[in-house]
Ligand binder design. Structure first.
Ligand code: IFM
Length: 455
């Protein structure tokens, strides 16, 4: 095979704590907003919860063996804040810290580099009870948690990611209410987005102040670029609003030193942005060593009338966009359009838009298809192959891409969808917790081995 990837390119897989660990009441872990949300009737499909998930907390040694068998260079996982600080701040739980140390030690013993994410959506419930991400104090608490975790694991972990997909934690969690904490607020969602970014900047500063040479700090953003369904100016403007809410609300302050002006104008009745304080943008714009990009699909956007009668509640589902008019292309089992070229343009567009953008890792990419039951997931193999090629095309075009992480190592709790959708290279039989590598696991292993061989 030809290889357009730079030397040292990292091949990996990714997971997150709440989606795989289970053991939600073990070893002093405190409740998180996802424990609370999943217990609300109707919030998660089939009443599923993360209580057991893939029981990774108790089966991590087997999972590290599977990682080693896959031959990956790196493993991206997240730490559960409420395992380390059961009340969100204050008293630390040593048993939680010890769990992650054992995991990291085992990864390193197998030559696998740990990529640690501090926040993958599981805010301690105690902090939500005090206002959650609507509240500026939560940003300060996050920086404290980051500093404590960094103190505990900084000698063995070099890659430190603050947040995973702050769009989902803010707009989906506090605006649409499809994710924990299940709020449907306009102002609260935008305040949450700002406080997540602020917490990120404060955390980077706190960790960097205590860092050793070779440590790197970054953030992971979901990138679903918005494409207008026609060249009608109304559709083009709608795609612009969608992109502003999902992408530029985060990338502009992180890499462009300002919020997009459109963000304040497109919500009409929301006029109170006093949660943004002087000096916040300098903290948010703290230089980063890498950007993680999660790419699954493009959004196809048409103009639509506002659906909420109450303008003060306007949020993601009420910025006057319709994202249901999909093109005639193959779709995954979740109905997501398969458009690998969207990954290439996402990367080249970021590169062009933000001079000084740090190097990029593709920190998530993957898919679900109906389970055939025989572990022969050839559709997933095609999806991965085409998206890896799309990543390579961006690298060849001059984008600094440093690695690719497939989502996900194991089948897991897919948030509001529960266990229905299976993203894993490895099948998990939930009643027995038996792990069975799918064909895609074997394909990815061979692919990585061949990529390492080729010049
Ligand atoms: O499972 C999620 C993950 O937690 C965040 N990014 C998207 C994945 C698939 O929906």
């Amino acid at each position: 095979m030809t290889n357009g990837f730079p030397a040292g390119f990292r091949w990996g897989v990714a997971t997150s704590a709440y989606q795989i660990e289970g053991a939600t009441r073990q070893d002093g872990r405190g409740p998180s907003i996802w424990d609370t949300f999943a217990a609300v009737p109707g919030a998660v499909a089939s009443g599923d919860t993360g209580d057991v998930a893939a029981d990774h907390y108790n089966r991590w040694t087997e999972d590290v063996k599977l990682l080693a068998g896959l031959g990956v260079d790196a493993y991206r996982f997240s730490v559960s804040w409420s395992r380390i600080l059961p009340d969100g701040r204050g008293r630390a739980e040593q048993r939680g810290i010890d769990f992650y140390r054992r995991l990291v030690d085992a990864l390193l013993n197998n030559g696998i580099e740990p990529f640690l994410t501090l926040y993958h959506w599981d805010l301690p419930q105690a902090l939500e009870d005090r206002g959650g991400w609507r509240d500026r104090d939560t940003a300060e608490s996050f920086a404290e948690y980051a500093a404590i975790t960094h103190d505990a694991l900084g000698d063995v972990v070099r890659k430190w990611t603050t947040l995973n997909e702050p769009y989902c934690s803010s707009i989906v969690g506090y605006g649409e209410g499809r994710h924990a904490p299940g709020a449907q607020e306009g102002h609260g969602a935008l305040a949450a987005a700002h406080h997540l970014l602020l917490g990120h900047g404060l955390a980077v500063r706190a960790m960097r102040a205590n860092s050793s040479p070779g440590q790197e700090f970054g953030i992971v953003l979901n990138q679903s670029p918005a494409v207008p369904v026609t060249d009608d100016p109304a559709d083009v403007a709608a795609a612009g609003r969608q992109d502003c809410l999902l992408r530029r609300q985060f990338t502009d302050p992180l890499f462009g030193s300002a919020y997009p002006g459109e963000l304040t104008s497109m919500f009409g009745a929301i006029t109170d942005f006093s949660f943004r304080h002087d000096g916040d943008l300098a903290i948010i714009g703290e230089p980063l060593d890498y950007l993680g990009v999660n790419y699954y699909y493009r959004l196809h956007v048409a103009d639509a009338p506002h659906r909420e009668p109450e303008p003060a509640r306007r949020t993601a589902h009420d910025i006057g966009v319709d994202t249901t008019r999909l093109p005639d292309v193959p779709r995954t089992g979740m109905g997501w359009p398969v458009e690998p070229e969207g990954l290439t343009t996402t990367l080249t567009d970021l590169h062009a838009r933000y001079p000084g953008l740090p190097p990029i890792y593709i920190t998530e990419n993957g898919c679900v298809y109906p389970d055939s039951g025989d572990f022969d997931d050839h559709d997933r193999i095609s999806y991965l192959r085409d998206h890896i090629a799309a990543t390579e095309a961006a690298a060849t075009a001059g984008v600094a891409v440093r690695g690719y992480f497939c989502w996900s190592l194991l089948d897991n709790f897919e948030w509001a969808h529960g266990y229905k959708h299976r993203f894993g290279l490895i099948h998990v039989d939930y009643p027995t917790q038996r792990r069975t590598p799918r064909e895609s696991y074997h394909w990815y292993r061979s692919f990585i081995a061949a990529a390492r061989q080729s010049p």
